[in-house]
Design a protein around this ligand. Structure first.
Ligand SMILES: C[S@@+](CC[C@H](N)C(=O)[O-])C[C@H]1O[C@@H](n2cnc3c(N)ncnc32)[C@H](O)[C@@H]1O
Length: 188
């Protein structure tokens, strides 16, 4: 018998759609243009992807969605609107997302969801990538801008500025921790 196990997909948030005006404000805050490749980590019904191509003219919009029913809705729309050359959707855990061509990442997850993705962003997001998050900040990162919109908050982060100072701090702390003790004043 040949048994194979797929790594279980982990839900980082339930489905709650961003209102259209919030989607527009997120894309505007990230100054999205026709040079961008946008990736929505948990794309729901695909509204960010479709607005990114129709109103902002992006090169490509990529979505990852773990719920099969939502993935099917997005796929049907991609096919009916004949935009498969510009909108790509995967029924996959966004932790597996390929960020190599991505210039803008959109998030509407949870604080713990963002925490799970943070190390991936620090390792894999290209310098200059803008990350916009609806309502949930990225713990320990410094936002370049925070915009309040009705009852919503949008955070903009720029890679690597958002986390560089934190990396320097933890590196310096590590160096201080491993320094040998010298009892007669300065030890370096
Ligand atoms: C709050 S909704 C946001 C939907 C859309 N991005 C928006 O702003 O309208 C979060 C979505 O992420 C999906 N999701 C949760 N965990 C995921 C994961 N690990 N990989 C891909 N999608 C995920 C959920 O099924 C849900 O559709």
């Amino acid at each position: 018998m040949n048994l194979t196990f797929d790594k279980a997909m982990v839900s980082l948030a339930p489905f709650v759609a961003s209102p259209p005006e919030v989607v527009r404000a997120m894309l505007e805050l990230a100054q999205v243009s026709e040079n961008d490749v946008v990736c929505d980590m948990g794309c729901g019904d695909g509204r960010i992807l479709f607005m990114a191509i129709s109103e902002f003219g992006v090169k490509k919009a990529i979505g990852y969605e773990i719920r099969r029913d939502l993935f099917n809705i997005v796929l049907d729309k991609v096919l009916s609107e004949d935009v498969s050359d510009r909108v790509i959707v995967y029924n996959r855990d966004c932790i597996t997302a390929d960020l190599s061509d991505v210039t803008v990442i959109t998030l509407y997850l949870t604080t713990s969801g963002n925490d799970k993705l943070r190390p991936k962003f620090e390792r894999e997001a290209k310098p200059g990538t803008r990350i916009v998050s609806h309502d949930f900040s990225i713990t320990g990162w410094k936002a370049a801008k925070i915009e309040r919109f009705g009852g919503h908050t949008i955070y903009l982060y720029i890679v690597p500025d958002a986390f560089q100072s934190r990396l320097y701090e933890s590196e310096a702390k590590e160096r201080r921790g491993t320094r040998s003790f010298w009892p007669f004043g300065r030890d370096w």
